[in-house]
Design a protein around this ligand. Structure first.
Ligand SMILES: [Zn+2]
Length: 111
């Protein structure tokens, strides 16, 4: 069963398969992975998952990002960043960097 992430009328993303680069755990449902770090960008919904086994944070490849309304999506992303006072992530590149940073912070805290 594919994982589906949807922002009503704006964008949707499908993922068939998730495999953790940290411990190799793979699954096609979300019981082994938490998706709370998933970000909405101008390029669509970029899913960020955290492995429940080894706590690795990563961005699964082979995401199928669909944008339904790019103008409204852009507005929603900008509004969201403003309201949450978070840096605006424009696309995949920025999300990958942010996932890397979260991993570095997480590993730093363990030492
Ligand atoms: Zn893992």
């Amino acid at each position: 069963m594919a994982l589906k992430f949807r922002l009503k009328g704006l964008a949707e993303t499908f993922i068939d398969h998730i495999q953790c680069p940290g411990c190799g755990k793979c699954d096609s449902d979300d019981t082994s992975f938490s998706t709370e770090y998933t970000r909405v960008t101008f390029e669509g919904i970029i899913v960020v998952v955290q492995c429940q086994v080894c706590a690795e944070i990563f961005v699964p490849d082979r995401q199928r990002c669909g944008i339904i309304d790019s103008k409204e999506l852009r507005k929603a992303v900008e509004k969201d960043a403003q309201e949450n006072e978070e840096p605006l992530l424009s696309g995949l590149e920025a999300v990958l960097l942010s996932a890397e940073r979260m991993n570095a912070m997480r590993k730093g805290e363990l030492h």
